[in-house]
Design a protein around this ligand. Structure first.
Ligand code: FEO
Ligand code: CA
Ligand code: CA
Length: 638
């Protein structure tokens, strides 16, 4: 969560309405059975995976081999018996050759920070090195990891920036870090300080803008008359990886870094659709760096909000901002190789009432011709999702609407000048075609063995009765503190098809506080595994579904008994859910990747607030990456 995020609002109480009683039936077995038939997702005894789960939810999962752990409010990492963790890297640790060691006094300069691990670890991917024959080297890898935003109080010892040096330091703490990893003879992973493969990309690194909007007038600035050379990547939330082994980093709340010295000059579309304000964010980069002053550089913000592709193996390469994938507050980018070779990328836009998107490449992936894949993400079609269905039922059909100039009303007469305009103003185009408004789409993942796609809808605490965020079949709770996970199957398992069927894999909730309402959650949510605000989500190679939370950790009221943010493991076949990890006080758990053998899991602990990870007197809590292994060296989760 970003404290400056417009979504970060104070908690309000849950109101149960007549409508809630009406729709409560939707998690009944009858509805789920109907859903199974409608979706055609048929498992044993003709029940859908979820319907079967509700029939015998507590049947022991064959996929999950650990005992679920209790909720915790301790300032500690909690794991099941037989698991252990080490800290791989924490904010401020040295990365580039010559970088100084972390200094708990917090006195490191902007220059130091640009050589050290950035703040607020988020999405990450481990890429194994390969030998000359192309075989994976099991104990060597590079890790690409996002540094989403900054804990200003910790990094500059003040909430609000007050000097150019403050801004420079915060800019250097953003972006992406790439480090070499090695596994030692005790099977423990470490990062390699000073490796030539290590790299820091931050708010002043060089990027190329590519794809259909590159070079358009909307991307040109005083400093870059070509509209193709941008400086910086910011608010890098979650991630993706391509089969041609590049890293995708996704720019989320970019608006928070901009302001305007003359409020009259705030670009109207940026304000209306992306929430930019003249002077609200505490970052105030615009006060000390003209590039972020929209009165002086109105197009600079158009150069953020993209998916960026990075070659993690070549520290000299220039990363590319792929405009064909649209400009939104990107969460992650889930890449699927479709059966026919087209590349499909699923993406969520994390804000209340925003949407879920899909990109389909024009050309096909060629596994044996790497140069043909290099720019596959530059040409293709962007779509936005409509989830149809009856309010009260938790399943339905869906369709993808193309965001293509001249189609679906996206014409000059309606204010859409050309395709580049649509890509820069993706949210405006999605609203125009009446895409379904969702409860904050966060990460998306797909099950490689079934093709089903899962998306976390983290929460929507302030829907109100706004016309632009109506209740709908996929987002059925008025005051949705807990969130849900939606999933869909492409028609014919063809991810380029225009239609799909969907259902809700789970509704998070609290059955101990709201036993008789929709806010108890779906039947796979119990007093032993309950949580709120699912955010990160991903499958491991064994087919286990991992869910990471970024929610309310007050452990009171609606959230009583849920404890700190956590990580859960779900069996997608039975929908059984067990709690695997609980994080320390104040953190969200975000970022997930595995070593190829699934015997090491890397997990991010973002913005802890107490003593983690150093527990030094007077020391600073630090965002950190954990490596989790089993004491017996076994597969994680099995
Ligand atoms: Fe960066 Fe939507 O979380
Ligand atoms: Ca979140
Ligand atoms: Ca997130």
């Amino acid at each position: 969560m970003n404290p400056n995020d417009v979504n970060a609002q104070p908690t309000d109480s849950i109101e149960t309405t007549d409508f809630d009683t009406l729709v409560d039936k939707a998690i009944s077995r009858r509805s789920l059975l109907k859903g199974a038939m409608a979706t055609g997702i048929v498992g044993f005894f003709t029940l859908s995976p979820m319907a079967k789960a509700v029939a015998d939810t507590m049947a022991s999962s064959k996929l999950i081999g650990f005992e679920g752990i209790p909720a915790s409010t301790e300032d500690a990492i909690k794991l099941p018996q037989g698991y252990r963790h080490t800290v791989l890297m924490a904010w401020g640790d040295p990365v580039l050759p010559g970088a100084p060691a972390f200094d708990h006094s917090g006195k490191q300069t902007a220059k130091d920070q640009a050589m050290q691990f950035g703040d607020n670890t988020d999405g990450m991917t481990l890429f194994h090195l390969k030998d000359e024959a192309g075989n994976i080297i099991p104990d060597r890898a590079v890790l690409a990891v996002n540094n989403e935003y900054t804990n200003n109080k910790i990094v500059i010892s003040a909430d609000e920036t007050g000097s150019a040096e403050d801004v420079a330091k915060l800019q250097a703490a953003h972006g992406v870090t790439i480090v070499e990893l090695k596994r030692d003879s005790n099977h423990q992973w470490h990062y390699v300080k000073d490796s030539k493969m290590n790299r820091r990309l931050h708010a002043n690194s060089e990027f190329e803008i590519t794809g259909p909007a590159a070079g358009h007038d909307l991307l040109k600035t005083m400093a870059d008359k070509t509209g193709t050379k941008a400086l910086g990547t910011i608010n890098n939330c979650a991630n993706g990886q391509t089969p041609w082994e590049t890293y995708l980093t996704c720019e989320e709340n970019f608006h928070n870094y901009f302001g305007a010295s003359d409020a009259e000059k705030l670009p109207a579309e940026l304000a209306e659709f992306y929430g930019a304000k003249a002077d609200e964010s505490k970052n105030k980069w615009w006060k000390y760096d003209d590039r972020f002053d929209l009165a002086k550089n109105p197009n600079e913000a158009n150069r953020f909000g993209w998916v960026v592709e990075i070659d993690p193996f070549d520290p000299t390469s220039t990363p590319k901002k792929r405009t064909a994938l649209g400009r939104i507050k990107h969460e992650n980018a889930e890449v699927v190789v479709n059966g026919d070779g087209h590349i499909v990328v699923y993406m969520g836009d994390d804000e209340r009432g925003e949407h879920i998107y899909r990109f389909v490449s024009k050309n096909k992936y060629q596994p044996n011709n790497p140069s043909a894949n290099r720019d596959l993400l530059d040409e293709g079609t962007l779509y936005v999702a409509k989830f149809n269905g009856e309010l009260g039922e938790h399943d339905g059909k869906g369709e993808w609407i193309a965001l293509v100039h001249g189609q679906n009303g996206l014409t000059k007469e309606n204010g859409f000048a050309d395709q580049a305009y649509i890509l820069v103003n993706t949210r405006k185009a999605a609203k125009h075609v009446k895409a379904t408004t969702m409860d904050r789409p966060e990460w998306i993942t797909h099950n490689p063995s079934t093709g089903q796609v899962f998306c976390t809808l983290t929460n929507n605490k302030h829907r109100g009765n706004k016309e632009n965020q109506p209740l709908n079949a996929a987002n059925p709770r008025q005051s949705n503190h807990y969130g849900q996970i939606i999933r869909w199957s492409a028609a014919g398992n063809d991810h380029t098809a225009d239609t799909f069927v969907w259902d809700l894999f789970l509704l998070a909730g609290n059955p101990t506080v709201h036993p008789d309402t929709l806010y108890a959650g779906s039947k796979n949510i119990t007093a032993d595994n309950m949580f709120n605000s699912p955010d990160g989500i991903g499958f491991d190679k064994g087919g286990r579904l991992w869910v990471l939370t970024d929610g309310d950790m007050s452990n009171e009221g609606d959230f009583a008994g849920q404890g700190n943010n956590q990580m859960l493991c779900a069996d997608p076949n039975t929908a059984e859910i067990r709690r695997f990890l609980v994080g320390p006080v104040g953190c969200e758990v975000t970022g997930l990747t595995f070593a190829d053998d699934n015997r090491a899991m890397f997990v991010g602990i973002q913005h802890p607030t107490k003593g983690f990870p150093d527990y030094l007197d007077g020391g600073k809590p630090r965002s950190s990456i954990l490596v989790i292994t089993r004491e017996d060296g076994g597969v994680i989760g099995a």
